[in-house]
Ligand binder design. Sequence first.
Ligand SMILES: *Cc1c(COP(=O)(O)O)cnc(C)c1O
Length: 381
Amino acid sequence: MTEPRPTPLPESSGRFFLPGPTAVDSRVLAAQARAVIGHRGPGIRTLVARIQEGLRTIFRTDRPVFVSTSSATGLMEAAVRNGVRDRLLALVNGAFSERFAKIARACGKEVEVLEIAWGEAHEPGAVAERLRGGGYDAVSVVHSETSTGALNPIAEIASAVREASDALMLVDSVSGLGGADVRTDEWGLDFVLAGSQKALAVPPGLAFAVASKRMMERAESLPDRGCYFDLPQFRRKMEKLQTPNTPAVTLLYALDEQLGRIREEGLDARLSRHRAMAERCWAWVEDASARAGLDLRVLAPAGRRSPTVTCVLLPEGLRGPDVVGSVTERGWVIAPGYGKLREGAIRIGHMGEHTVPELDDLLEVLAESLSVTRAPAAGGA
Ligand SMILES: *Cc1c(COP(=O)(O)O)cnc(C)c1O
């Protein structure tokens, strides 16, 4: 009888440029192959204590970092259930910020949307204006909009929100944290959430969040927080260096290993590496337009681009899924546009463990794929 075999690791995880999940280092993957331990014993406390230290550095916070065994969307729901009393102002500029509004509606909250074009970033002045007299008790925003590659200026928005109202600032930094700077305490963010599988380059399945004192007080005052994402319960357990329920212990091993690697690289160096990859990607797009006559464009405006993901608009005659397919045939992975941008764009996730040289190799393959993909369309037109 033949046993089904696990798929072998790709020859080079340096070829996997999805904007999440991202490639995981083989040592981090290997760290999962250890004996499971109980989640109420002494072993877990040592592990959670070490993980806390690593995560606090990345969130730049002195507060506890909650660890949830769920995907990041779970903690978006936690943000709503623990942070929104009646009325949420949802800042929408892409698919994930739209999801935030949808979750709030599904949780029975009143939601008003401040929507700008997908690809653009929200500006603090407009947010403050919308907030005044609106009776909102929370604002949701996505830091790095993975669907468009736009980066919202969350420090400035948080400060404008604080000046205009006493609404809580709920931030999804799922594809930001670990690749884009997040200063939770300094910027006065009330809730920041992230997932394991984006810039942190840990396998999917864990999510992390920090809640401000104001956020915890709000949570205590809300009667219908539900059960699985009850933040006061997370806090009570975290005081004992535990989680509310059985955590994905093997993912905690992977996280522990990866946090060690991030510490070794240094957070600032890690953020610079992401910045360098993003800049290389944007320069390549400009160069491709100038040199190869390919009418490519980075969707997000300069100054408001995410260091972790770039969405590139394709010229007429090129389809996102076709370009992705051609890249796939060459053994590499990128993503098409997301949602309504699927047909006309591609997305490159330059985050996690990738380096500029690896990105250069991808861009070379992409250049080739674009010209091959374009040829029949041009001939047939
Ligand atoms: C990926 C992503 C999510 C959803 O994360 P899941 O782990 O799939 O639930 C939410 N917001 C942003 C910005 C993301 O990039």
